[in-house]
Design a binder for this molecule. Structure first.
Ligand code: 13P
Length: 256
């Protein structure tokens, strides 16, 4: 692993304000080895300001789960990168499979959002991944290639401090079915190849996270998989013991 491992918790549409603040407070007290792992919380929009405040002075990061590509305007229900930045948010998940499949986000729209996040000097956690049908039809590489190429179209250079990629096979999200080590290694290797082709040498350092039913029982094995630089976690990031256990396992591996 070339970079410090990253553990990002995507809360999706979970936790009230009180629950969220109490949760990060507990994690903050339990995680002592922060310098070995970068931990990022991605709560719903309405909690962002308070969570940033609750984590003030710590090395924990805070990310949003989406952003609109325009900086302002008549877009009811949306939020801009500028607004997120003004709250102290550092990361934005872009192109999550739930945004793509439930809310109809296209690669072109995702590309606009990626540019907006770069322009606003926040860090995108850019999600890609194939559906079960894609995999069964042996189209995994084609889909990943397509999503990265279109998602990063018009981006001239990338920097490991400014971009995170998350490989999340759609069939592994929230299903309890994790991709096998070989599947993860192959997909992450392919992502690196695409980035090398598009951006040359520096792309080798871009962190690539795995997401899809990561939990305390599979984290140790997954983090040792070639090409895995951390995790984007849904369900298990909502539970204090599970999330802390995953962080501890990644920390211990990183020490070795
Ligand atoms: P689960 O960890 O619940 O499978 O969710 C993964 C995910 O979608 C993170 O963005």
């Amino acid at each position: 692993m070339k970079t410090k491992p990253i553990i990002a918790g995507n809360w999706k549409m979970h936790k009230t304000l009180t629950d969220g603040i109490s949760f990060v407070g507990k994690i903050r007290n339990r995680i002592l080895d922060k310098e070995k792992v970068k931990v990022i919380f991605c709560p719903p929009f309405n909690l962002l300001f308070s969570i940033v405040d609750a984590l003030d002075g710590t090395s924990f990061g805070v990310g949003a789960q989406n952003a609109h590509h325009e900086s302002q305007g008549a877009f009811t229900g949306e939020i801009s990168v500028e607004m997120l930045k003004s709250m102290g948010v550092q990361y934005v998940i872009i192109g999550h499979s739930e945004r793509r499949h439930i809310f109809g986000e296209t690669d072109g729209w995702i590309n606009q959002k990626i540019h907006a996040v770069f322009n606003g000097e926040l860090i995108p956690i850019f999600c890609i991944g194939e559906t079960l049908e894609d995999r069964q039809m042996n189209r995994t590489n084609e889909i990943i290639h397509h999503q990265i190429k279109l998602g990063l179209e018009g981006v001239e250079t990338i920097d490991s401090e400014r971009l995170i990629i998350a490989y999340e096979p759609v069939w592994a999200i929230g299903t309890g079915e994790t991709a096998s080590n070989d599947q993860v290694e192959e997909a992450h290797g392919y992502v690196k190849t695409i980035l090398d082709d598009m951006f040359g040498h520096s792309s080798g350092e871009i962190p690539i996270l795995y997401g899809g039913s990561v939990n305390e029982n599979n984290a140790a094995e997954l983090i040792q998989t070639e090409g895995v630089d951390g995790f984007l976690i849904g369900g298990a990031s909502l539970k204090e013991d599970s999330f802390c256990s995953i962080i501890a396992q990644v920390t211990n591996y990183n020490k070795g």
